[in-house]
Design a protein around this ligand. Structure first.
Ligand SMILES: [Zn+2]
Length: 179
């Protein structure tokens, strides 16, 4: 179930020349249009100052750390906009683990391939994985005693020391293919 209350990533864009001269000239903008903000927008008039920089940000779900260029912020914000709220949080966790903040478009694709969804627990995922990847008669047999007594927590250990990895999230875990 996805919430429809996704927070729009916001960035505080400042003028570097002003910053270096000891003045804070900047404002908050929606992250996805960070690349469209001009020095004239920031100063409210024509200016010879050219370089803008994202000095603060909000709502990036952990996918953006520290400062960056407006174009990088816009790329991440646009990537997040393609994801649901739950996915965005998973993406943030995943980027912190594996990604870097260049070529985010590529990372979103990779994330979509690797992300195996949100689950109550690793054991819960192990049971689902078994059901999805096993022959129907094997799955049917697993409903019947004594096969229905599988300790999925123990069974999940092998999955999560081999092919999968998980990240704790509120109320469960995000599961990814391990890389
Ligand atoms: Zn300036």
């Amino acid at each position: 179930m996805y919430a429809s209350t996704q927070v729009m990533p916001r960035v505080w864009i400042g003028c570097l020349a002003c910053y270096n001269a000891g003045r804070l000239v900047g404002d908050w903008y929606d992250g996805d249009i960070a690349d469209d903000v001009t020095p004239e927008d920031l100063h409210g008039r024509a200016t010879s100052h050219e370089e803008l920089w994202v000095m603060d940000h909000d709502g990036f779900c952990g996918a953006l750390e520290g400062e960056c260029s407006p174009s990088a912020a816009a790329e991440i914000a646009q990537a997040l906009a393609d994801l649901s709220d739950d996915e965005a949080n998973a993406f943030g966790a995943w980027i912190a683990l594996y990604g870097d903040q260049s070529e985010l478009g590529k990372w979103v694709e990779q994330f979509r391939e690797d992300y195996r969804g949100f689950h109550d627990s690793e054991a819960d995922f192990a049971r689902e994985w078994f059901e999805q990847t096993s022959e129907p008669d094997v799955v049917a047999q697993a409903q019947v005693w004594p096969f229905n007594e599988i300790d999925w927590e123990r069974a999940s250990v092998e999955l999560f020391t081999g092919g999968f990895t998980s990240e704790d999230a509120l109320g469960g875990v995000h599961v990814f293919f391990a890389r």
